[in-house]
Design a protein around this ligand. Structure first.
Ligand SMILES: Nc1ncnc2c1ncn2[C@@H]1O[C@H](COP(=O)(O)OP(=O)(O)OP(=O)(O)O)[C@@H](O)[C@H]1O
Length: 301
């Protein structure tokens, strides 16, 4: 069971502090992200949702050290991020482009470990554990193009976790797979997170997915982006596609996130949206929602 370890001092593992990003374009400047501040404690699984164009990809690139912010900073384990940190791995939406088709499943998962100079025996152990964790221990010699989309995304997840990152960033990783596969992969992320205790920042368009997966959901405003709300997801830790999604509390939280996204869309273009309370707890209102059937995923875009 996930223990949500802390580093003993209650310090965040990942700090996003006052991030602003202004893109310079021919016509002038675009302020994509205005002021983003939030933390991830060690072992947390936090989902990030926001309207289309709210700067989620921009933010992830900055957190991953692939792009510099205009102002503000990202701090990982006490160290300012100025380049892609060794302790971070990213899983992108486009698994097809992130795997090497000429390498076997095992070869793909092993590559970053080889590049990091990890000895062969240790590499073998890490690759086997990662393939086991994602349910692919039976296909190590297959090539990515011989596998379904969902299996390919499992390979990408195995590659990321084999590397044993402190933080795993996931950028809409399941947007390109069918609904059934998506549900399976959501459960896979929860189970890998529980087993390995990795800290995860998961970006998604899907409100239900964010509530199902996260311990917190950070809702972004429209661009120029600020954190609109940082919501504590007080659902039972053991989650299950049928039971959890049928809980009145799940419906309540999902409706709350949905309302926040609607507010974000309405405020589009407002120069200074109202600042947010850190870590909001949504009050229970079970009577109002009891008996409602679970709804299918709502996409915020
Ligand atoms: N390289 C760039 N140059 C100029 N403007 C950019 C650039 N990249 C992004 N933008 C602008 O910054 C804003 C945020 O874009 P970004 O792609 O980060 O948002 P997003 O939330 O990931 O979008 P989506 O949900 O549609 O994937 C948008 O207005 C976009 O047009």
């Amino acid at each position: 069971m996930q223990s949500n370890p802390t580093d003993g001092q209650g310090q965040p593992l990942l700090s996003v502090r006052g991030i602003q990003k202004i893109y310079k374009v021919d016509a002038g400047e675009i302020e994509a992200v205005r002021n983003l501040t939030f933390d991830l404690r060690p072992g947390e699984l936090v989902c990030l949702v926001g309207p289309s164009g709210s700067g989620k990809t921009t933010l992830l690139k900055i957190i991953a050290g692939l792009m510099a912010p205009t102002s503000g900073e990202v701090v990982l384990a006490g160290k300012k991020v100025t380049e892609p940190p060794k302790d971070m791995a990213v899983v992108f939406q486009e698994y097809g482009r992130s795997l090497f088709p000429w390498m076997t499943v095992r070869g793909n998962v092993e590559l970053p470990l080889k590049n990091a100079g990890i000895a062969k025996a240790e590499r073998n152990k890490l690759v086997e554990e990662a393939l086991e964790a994602v349910g692919l221990a039976h296909v190590p010699t297959s090539y990515p193009w011989q596998l379904s989309g969902g299996m390919q995304q499992r390979v990408a997840i195995a590659r990321a976790v084999a590397y044993q990152p402190k933080v795993l960033l996931m950028d809409e990783p399941f947007a390109a797979v069918d609904a059934q596969t998506r549900a399976d992969l959501e459960d896979l992320v929860r189970s890998v997170w529980e087993k390995l205790g990795v800290t995860i920042l998961f970006v998604t368009h899907d409100i239900d997915e964010s509530v199902y997966l996260g311990e917190r959901v950070v809702v972004l405003s429209s661009s120029p982006t600020v954190v609109q709300e940082d919501i504590v997801i007080d659902l039972p830790e053991k989650r299950d596609q049928l039971t959890t999604r049928s809980l009145p509390r799940f419906v309540e939280l999902r409706n709350h996130v949905y309302e926040q996204i609607q507010i974000a869309k309405k405020n589009k273009g407002v120069a200074n949206p109202a600042p947010v309370d850190p870590r909001v707890t949504v009050p229970h209102a079970a009577a109002a929602v009891e008996g409602r059937p679970p709804a299918s995923g709502i996409d915020v875009s």
